[in-house]
Structure formats: structure tokens, C-alpha cells
Design a binder for this molecule. Sequence first.
Ligand SMILES: Nc1ncnc2c1ncn2[C@@H]1O[C@H](COP(=O)(O)OP(=O)(O)OP(=O)(O)O)[C@@H](O)[C@H]1O
Length: 797
Amino acid sequence: MQGKVTLRLLDKADKEIKRLPRVVKGAIYDFQYKFRENPHSPGLRLKQLKGHDRLYSARVADDYRALLLHVGDGDYILVAVRHRNEVYDNLERFHHQVNPVTGGIEFLEVVESTTVRAPGGADDAPVSSPAGSGETAEPTARSVSAPVGQPTAEQCKQTEQAPSAAPSASQREPLLAAFSAEQLRELGVAEALIPLALDVTTDEKMLGLVEYAPAHSEEVLLALADGKSFGDVLESITQPVKVAEPVDVTDYSAALRRSTTRVTTEDTDLREAIEDGFGRWKVYLHPTQEKLVKRRYKGPARVSGGPGTGKTIVALHRVKYLVDRLSQGRSKAVLLTTYNRNLAGDLRKRLLDLGGQEVVDRVHIVNIDSLATQIVAEAAQGGRRRWITDAQALDEWQDMLTEIGETRWDAEFLNAEWSQVILGQAVNSRADYFRARRAGRGQRISRAQRAEIWQLVERFTMGLDEKRLWTHRQVAEIAARIKGEQAAKIAAYENAEAEHGGPLLHRLDQSWATLRHDYQHIVVDEAQDLNPAHWKLLRAMVAEKDDDIFLVGDTHQRIYDNYVSLASLGVNIRGRSSRLTLSYRTTKQILGSALGLLGDETWDDLDDGTAHLGGYRSILQGPAPTFVRADTWDEEMNALAAQVSEWRGLADEDEDASIAVAVPTRDMVGEVEQRLRKAGIRSATIGPDGPRVEDAVHVGTLHRFKGLEYRFVAIAGMCEGLVPRRDIERFRDADPLRCRREVQKARSLIFVAATRARDALAVSWHGAPSPFVPAKAASAPAPNVGDGLFKPTGALF
Ligand SMILES: Nc1ncnc2c1ncn2[C@@H]1O[C@H](COP(=O)(O)OP(=O)(O)OP(=O)(O)O)[C@@H](O)[C@H]1O
């Protein structure tokens, strides 16, 4: 009888397999099924490779063989699928190990340095190195080979053949000359790669070397080649994945259980990893991500990290992990919430993709303001009302002050005091307001002034009541109060039951539903944008216990005026904070520019401390961002249309939705769309629910870009007076703190928009540039409009 057989796919093997002909991929799915049924069935021709105790080959199709690593018992890992001509010779080129530092299983192939494979998969033929290049002795970057369309070899070839006056690769100093083999070993680089890595002399070869190398080696080598110090890499890349206990490098079964062995899970369809290029997040978590997903937290926990580091991915996996551990039932025991409505929709789609309907059925997915509205509606409080925005509330303040002839206080100040201090801290009485914290509000006020303000606020809210108006902040505050009262009742019952020594009778009657917390777990995405009332609401909806609240966010991306001190709101994350640092979205080049946008500002960490982005990095490569200035908006839009057309040429067919344009104002959205239309380009506005049309170039104000992702992003209208808005000048003397915050918010807006780009970013302006445009880019001569637009000025932020 055949025992249970598992066949997992090793990280990076999917990259190779994706390039195989479609029919071979189809054959792999059949193979996987048959192999799991019975690996020894004669048709599969499972056989051990000569000289290898754990490596096996098996038949996938007539000409293709799977390379399998036998972990033990019925556990196998699929490490490659190759044409049969490429499997059985030079078997010493295949290496596998349990990494002594990370404890993960790794596989790699090191090919001879004197041959270069031409791209073309099965037809790959050995090609001699260019004659006379004098480079045959150098171990090359193609050590880890790919069977088809091998960029590595191509890159090598191009570099080697390029006629140039520059020193040849063999004369150049190796990139990692400053490091020893022992140091690379300590950092966890795969043993077979170390001698090759130490000899690499060009960036191209380093990129080729790591393309199919084990992921940890890739991260380490690229960071070192980038100029990071040994200490930095040890601390930020190796330590987080280092195994605490000594690693038994012969125990592959133990290694398979570690998160550092990046394989598809047993029951995850291998098809997912191979077919869907964007689906890798579903099957290969980075070990640091996986640890955060599966940890047991003794209370609220927070994960921060720069844009694209996978915070949302971690939040989604965390939700699935929590749901998988719920006891049977039909209730929505987990709340997954975020700030924006469109992001909540996106979370629903992705959770469905990750966990299927059965997971989604147990999760209430809703943006935080809709949640508050539902609660207030269910409690039948407030009646029918019309929503007004914060800006409209400001107009209401202005009207009221004019009406009563009040000139000592300005509307802006009162509106902020009302929304941030009074509503923000759920202050319900004059006495509470006298005691309320006003941290971050700048202007100091006396007790007598507080009394005056309270009176004005009462008058103002009565006015809103009469007009049947309210703001989202008010509703959040009412919802927090309703749920706070419910939580207090639950606590009282629990105390009474503790004294009584068992459940009280009326807790078992119909009122039971209101006498328990709404959720068992709460997961929050984009946590930096929630306001204090939101946190109070969430705190009241889940009992204080292990794994109660899990939040992910990045204060550098805060684009609303919500500053909080979580501890003061009962959400105590101290000792349970972690940071992700590897960006999966943005290229190194874009990331460098985007980081420059943040300037010298300091950023809070939601918890009275400061946040930083130390160690934030990317291993993705792309072109440098481009900076373009034009004399007029009209010229800038022409340039923009030209840039979008160029990108459309690069994007796949029907991939218009991979291009987006961000502008500072709503008027500009309309104008850009019109210009694109004139150029024959279909566009769609990004509204509050996201883009209305999928297959079009998306155009939106900077505010709409949170949480989105595109291949190409243009930020247009980066002009003085628009970014940041000129009208914040009025705070410069009157309220310097407010002024600073407005500048910071504008930086965050641009930072968010710039980091939505995966492959390319273009920034443009007309007239005087925004002060955020780097001086070098701003002073470069204007390019000739219509000729070579959006070419880099050479300057980065
Ligand atoms: N382990 C992973 N493997 C592959 N792709 C990943 C992984 N983690 C994240 N990604 C990809 O990286 C991109 C960014 O992920 P995600 O949106 O979770 O980042 P984020 O930190 O929430 O970003 P932001 O703060 O900018 O919203 C997504 O395309 C996601 O699929």
C-alpha cells in the first residue's frame, strides 16, 4: 500500500517552469496528480540520479523530466523540469543543502563557466565564450541556469561581447572584493554559490547569478553588491531568518517544516504558482512574513513596513490563518477592515482568491466608516441624515461664526479642535474636554478658552442636528460609544459571573447576542489612517485576549489627519511590533527616489514613538525615474500623453489598466482624461470605489492611489503651489505645527503615488517645480517638448 505522498514546488522552480511550452506545463499538472497517487508507477520512471542520494528524475512527458528532491518517506520537492537531454550529464552541477544558517532546503545548479547557453530551451547548445575575450577562466554569472529564454546567458553574452574601452571583466575588481567566503557563509549564502559570487565583476553578472539562486542568497548578495555593509546585511536580512537552535544539515524532514524552506503547501495547487504570475504571494511567503502570520500574540500586534513590503499580504494570510483555527460555525467571527471603501472591496477579492468562499464566509470585510454607520443604524440612532465631508463641515463652521458674529476663533481651528480632540477622543462632556489631551494641536489654550470652545461646539453640533447633517467622524464616535457601552455591560456580567461561579441565567436568554463581543479577532489594514474613535470602536468589539487585534500600516503613507496614540486608546502593542523591509513591488531605482521625498521629517509610530524605514530595500531592477518640466500645463499634458503612449507600447495587449496618472487636483483629472482621449487613449477616473473601468489608463487625484499597484505611474502637475497646496502658507505663522503636518501629508501623498509603480515612474511639472522636486532635476534644462520627452534628467530625489 502506498503511504501519503506530497509533492511541493520549490520557490524559483516555478520561474523556470513558467517559461516552458504550454503543453509541457499541462503535462506537469497530470504528472503531479499521478505522482501523488503512486510515485513508483512504471509510467513515471522514477529513478535516482547517479552520485546523488536524494535527487531523482521522473518522466513528465516524452522529452521532459522532473527533477525531484526526496526529503524522506513520502515527501518530495519538485525542484526543476528539464528537457531530458539536460538532466543526466554533469550531474555534479546539481547542488542541494539544508542551509546551516536559515535551516531551509535549497537547490541550485551551477554550470560550467566556459560555456554559454543560447536561449531556446530544449535546443540550447553549448556556445564557446567569445574568442579573445580573455574571460574564459572567470566563473560567470550563469552559474544557476534556466532552461529556456535564459536571460542570464544573454546578459553575459552581451556584456562579454560589448566592444568597450572600459577594463574587461577579468581586469575589474570583483564586486564583493571586500568580503570573505567566511562572511558570505555567515550571512547564509548557499555554499555552492560562494566562490562564484566572490568572482563576479559586473552588476549584470551578479543579477544573472542570483536570478535562480535560493531567495535568501539572492537578497544577501544583491544587498552586498549594492554597497551594504556586512553588519547591515547580517542585521537586516540574515538575523530575521536565522534559526536560533543549531541546524542539523542532514535532517531534511525538520528543514521542510521550517518557514525558510519556501515551497508550496501540501494542498496548494501547484498550478497556482505556475500559471498566475501575480499569484506568487498566495504560495510563497517570505519567512519573515510567514512568522508574522503564524505567531501567537499575547494581545494586539502591529506590523509596519515601507510600501510594497507585503503588509496587506500578511494581513490576508493572517485572516486565513485565524479562520482556519476557528471552531465550526457560521458566524462572521473575524473582522477585516481598512480605511477606504475600494480597498475593502479589494481585500474581499484577494481573500476569496486566497482562501475561497469558506474563508470569506467567516469574515466581515468592511471599511471602517461603513462599519460605524451599520452600528449606528442598527441601534436606530440618528435617524435619516445626510453625510457631509470634513471640508463641508468647515463651511458649516464658517457660516455659524459669521451668523453669530464670532471673530475671536477661526473656523479652521474650531473644526480641527472638534474633530481631532473632541470627536477624536470621544469626549462627551465639558468636564472631559477640560481634561482632554491636545497633543499635536499646537496653539495652547486656557481653561476659560476651553469653556468658550465647548460652548461653540455644542452650538455647532445642535445646528448640524437641526439640519440633519453629520460627518463620518461623528458617526464613528457614536458607534464607539454604543460599542463601548456594550463592552462595559459584558465586563460587568463577567465580573458577576466570576463571583457567582458560573453563567448567569439571563446571559443564556435572548439578550445573549448583545452580551458577547462581536468578533473573536480583528485585522486592520492601512492602520495609519484610522482615527481615535475608530480604535475605540474596534477595541470595544473584541475581548482583550491573545490574537485579538492585528494591524498593519505605515505612517509614512498617512494621508488623512488622524494621529493616534494606540496605548491611550486601549490598544497596547508594546513588545508586539514587527517590521517588514523587503519591497516586492517597487524597483530599487524607484524606491531610492521615493525615499528622498520623505525629506528630514520625523514620523510617528502610532504609539508615541517614532517610525523609520531603516533596512527598506528592493531586489527588483528597472529604469531610473524620469523628471520632466514643461513651460505650460498644456505642454505638460502633451508630454504626458506621449509618455502614456510609449508605455502602452511596452504593456501587454489589453493591459491599459497597468498604467496610471496621478495629479494633485480634481480639475486636472478631467483635463488629463480629455487630453488622453484626444490622443486616442481610453482612460477611467479612479473614484471612491476605485477605477470604474478596468481596461483603461487610470487617472486620479493623489489621494486615490492608496493601496493600488500599477506597472507604470506618471505623477503630473508636481508644481509649486499645488504640491503642497499654496493655501497651507496661511498656517505658517498662525499654527506652525499644523503647517508642518500639512507639508508632511503632502510628502506622504507623493510618496504613496510614487511607490505604486512597479516598473517605471515619471514625474512632471510646468512652471516652477514643487519644492519636493530634487534641486538637480528642477534646474536641468527643459527638454524639447515633443522630442525625447520624459528622458531622465539624471537627477534623483
Ligand atoms: N511573499 C510574496 N511573494 C510574492 N509577492 C509578494 C509577496 N508579498 C507581497 N508580494 C507582492 O508585493 C506587492 C505589494 O504587496 P502588499 O500590497 O501586501 O504590500 P503593502 O506593504 O501592503 O504595500 P502598501 O503599503 O504600499 O500598500 C503585491 O503585488 C504583492 O502581491
